[in-house]
Design a protein around this ligand. Structure first.
Ligand code: AMP
Length: 188
């Protein structure tokens, strides 16, 4: 079985979605963005979408049991585990659930890539995205809150993956092409 599992981490606005789309093509990985899956559930008005919506609009994390259920069901019909997670895991509980899931699937983690971008730059990018895409959580107040949630709940995971010898830090402040090149280099 050809297993490859890559995590793309970083604050909101770091470019995870953009890089994940490119990387999934260049390395033939299935991109799993928990944010995108949640947004389509909200748009379709599914049960999951109805439960998740309030948390998303407030810039809070959606409860872990909903997230792991969603991830498991996305992975259940895959033959080979070749996955690129974008925006998952987001807290220590999700990281240990992911470890268990990979263990169940007989899969290991290739790398956790952290896109590092300073705060002023991510706020600038997110406000620009709000003009372009009209995402309901891309207003300045919610952006600031999402950055706090990232700093408090998600950033500690970088240490977790560093200790596991999986963390690769990439300068996410560079151009889209330059970031992609750096990521490809650390993965090869
Ligand atoms: P994102 O598109 O990754 O910025 O996610 C947008 C929103 O979806 C977040 O602010 C959370 O409310 C929710 N979300 C996405 N991924 C997760 C996750 N792994 N755990 C909890 N909430 C998530």
């Amino acid at each position: 079985m050809a297993n490859e599992v890559v995590l793309l981490m970083g604050p909101p606005g770091a470019g995870k979605g953009t890089q994940a789309a490119r990387l999934s093509r260049s390395r033939n990985l299935k991109q799993l963005s928990t944010g995108d899956i949640l947004r389509s559930n909200v748009a379709e008005g599914t049960d999951l979408g109805r439960k998740a919506r309030g948390f998303m609009d407030a810039g809070e994390l959606v409860p872990d049991d909903l997230i792991i259920g969603m991830v498991r069901s996305e992975l259940s019909d895959l033959q080979d585990v070749r996955v690129l997670f974008d925006g998952y895991p987001r807290n220590p509980a999700q990281a240990s659930q992911l470890d268990e899931l990979l263990n169940d699937l007989g899969a290991g983690l290739t790398a956790a890539i952290a896109l590092e971008v300073d705060e002023d730059e991510v706020v600038r990018r997110l406000l620009q995205r709000s003009d372009e895409q009209g995402r309901s959580d891309d207003n300045e107040q919610t952006i600031r809150h999402r950055l706090n949630v990232y700093a408090e709940q998600t950033q500690p995971l970088l240490e977790y993956y560093e200790t596991a010898g999986k963390l690769k830090r990439v300068d996410g402040g560079l151009s889209v092409d330059a970031v992609e090149e750096q990521i490809s280099r650390v993965l090869s």
